[in-house]
Each structure stands twice: as C-alpha cells, then as structure tokens.
Design a protein around this ligand. Structure first.
Ligand SMILES: Nc1ncnc2c1ncn2[C@@H]1O[C@H](COP(=O)(O)OP(=O)(O)O)[C@@H](O)[C@H]1O
Ligand SMILES: [Mg+2]
Length: 265
C-alpha cells in the first residue's frame, strides 16, 4: 500500500486563483462572523422587485425584533439609496461603516459616489475585486440578518457573492409573468450548482393566484414563501424614498408573513 507521503506528492497543485478565492473567502468569513444569517434576494431578471423585496423584508424583520443590515450587492447599478431616500456621500475609509436608517444598518456603493446618475462602469475582474474588498471590509457588528440586494444576471456580481460570502441562502423573486418564472428557475439552478440553499420563492406584483411562484417552487423543489400584491402605491412610495412597509400596515403584514416563514418567529 502506498504511504501518505507518496500520495501527497502526486496531488496536483491548486491553481493560484482558486487558492486566492479560498483565502479571501476565509478572511471575509472571519470579518463577518458577527452576522448570524446572510440572505440574498435574487433573480437573473431585472425589474421583478428584488430591491423592493430586500428593503421591505429588512424592515419587516426589524419589526419582528431582529437586528438587521441591508447591503446593496448590486454594485454597478446600486439603487438602495434611492429606495431609502438616502442622500449625500460618506467617506470611504476602511473599515467601512454602514449608516443607520430607521434602525436598519445600510451600505451601498452609491454612498461613495458624488453624483446620483454617474455610471459605475466596471469589467468582471473589477467587480469581483470590489465585492471582496467592499464586503470583506465592513464593520457590521452583531446582526441577526444581513439582507443582500443582488444585481440581475448570472455572471460576475452574483457569482462573486455566491463564491465569496458564505451565504446562508437565497430568496428568489418572480412575478406572474412566465418570463420571470423561467429566469427565476435559471437563477435557482445557478444557486444549487454553487452548493448554496434556496430558502424559497416569493411572487411579487402578484394577483394573488401565485401561478408563477408555484411554477418556480415546483421546478426547484423549494418552498413558496408567499406573495406580495401588485400595488401602484409601492412604486410611488419607493420613488419618494419612503419604505412602503413603514407607511402602510397592509404592506407590512404581507412582508411580515413572508419573514415569519423563514425566520421561525
Ligand atoms: N409589488 C409591487 N407593486 C407595484 N410596483 C412594484 C412592486 N414591486 C416593485 N415595484 C416597482 O417595480 C419597479 C422594479 O422594482 P425593483 O425593486 O427596482 O426591481 P429589481 O430590483 O428586480 O430590478 C420599481 O419601480 C418598483 O417600485
Ligand atoms: Mg434592483
């Protein structure tokens, strides 16, 4: 029988970039060790309500008594500031510090950009580097939940988050439209391939029948967490930088019922 040393000698060396990702992942894990659960809000399709869900779910979790952080993981088209009515910039000194918005800790790349409509134009490697540096160097302190608002697509930004951040799981957002369901299923397959769990699917802009949500839940064998009705007020309030669940108790009830489904409270 070959001894251990001869076996080790024949092992192929790890590719340096793979080693770098492993080391970076370990470092980030240590830095974010005060966070109990990291949950991504995701769909490969834009415009389905990822940011809306991330913001309102964060405040619904807060209303249940949890300590919550909200991270704009849509690094190139960050929208959290607009949804939360946050204006002005903060100093980009490491370690970065999230700002407090009505009891929820918030961080977005937009906080470091002096002009609202200035484009952030980055190629893939820069996005990966930014995600590692930005997210690995933030002092969140103790949190029960960090909610991450992801960008659409299935490449650089979502991929870096799945690779680097040791996520607890993802909530997929879909709508009654078939095109949204197809893309949510695509997104779920990516999450599974990365070895991460799907917490469940949520149908936004719903008419209450949850046809799209059921299709996604069935295809991915995951839970349907619930529905959020289509309501023009949600769009109008968000445009004004007002968090819908803080302005209307019926919106709060819908998001709290979803938060209860996965938080166990
Ligand atoms: N349930 C809803 N009812 C009405 N409008 C909504 C609802 N959810 C989201 N919206 C609006 O739809 C648009 C897209 O939502 P957004 O959260 O930015 O999607 P994404 O982050 O997936 O691109 C926004 O203008 C938002 O205010
Ligand atoms: Mg968004």
């Amino acid at each position: 029988m070959a001894d251990d040393s001869s076996h080790t000698a024949t092992q192929p060396a790890m590719h340096p970039s793979f080693l770098r990702v492993l080391n970076q992942k370990k470092e980030i894990k240590e830095k974010l060790s005060g966070i109990k659960h990291k949950i991504g809000i995701y769909s490969a399709k834009g415009g389905v309500g990822k940011t809306t869900v991330a913001v309102n779910l964060a405040f619904a979790l807060k209303s249940l008594g949890y300590k919550v952080g909200l991270l704009d993981a849509d690094v190139d088209t960050p929208n959290l500031n607009l949804f939360l009515g946050i204006r002005g910039t903060v100093e980009a000194n490491y370690p970065l510090k999230p700002i407090d918005k009505d009891g929820v800790k918030v961080l977005s790349t937009a906080m470091f950009v002096d002009e609202e409509t200035k484009p952030i134009i980055w190629r893939g490697p820069m996005i990966g580097k930014m995600i590692g540096e930005f997210f690995g160097n933030t002092e969140w302190g103790e949190l029960d939940y960090l909610i991450l608002d992801l960008s659409p697509g299935t490449s650089d930004a979502p991929l870096s988050i799945m690779q680097l951040l040791d996520m607890d799981g993802f909530i997929l957002v879909t709508t009654p439209q078939r095109i949204a369901a197809v893309n949510a299923i695509r997104s779920g397959r990516m999450i599974k391939r990365m070895g991460i769990s799907i917490i469940g699917v949520l149908e936004n802009m719903s008419d209450g029948s949850a046809k799209g949500g059921k299709e996604v839940a069935e295809a991915l064998e995951c839970e349907l967490l619930g529905t959020i009705n289509e309501n023009r007020e949600i769009g109008e309030l968000s445009d004004e930088g007002v968090v819908p669940v803080l302005a209307n108790s019926s919106f709060m009830d819908q998001f709290v019922s979803i938060a209860r489904r996965f938080s166990g409270s």
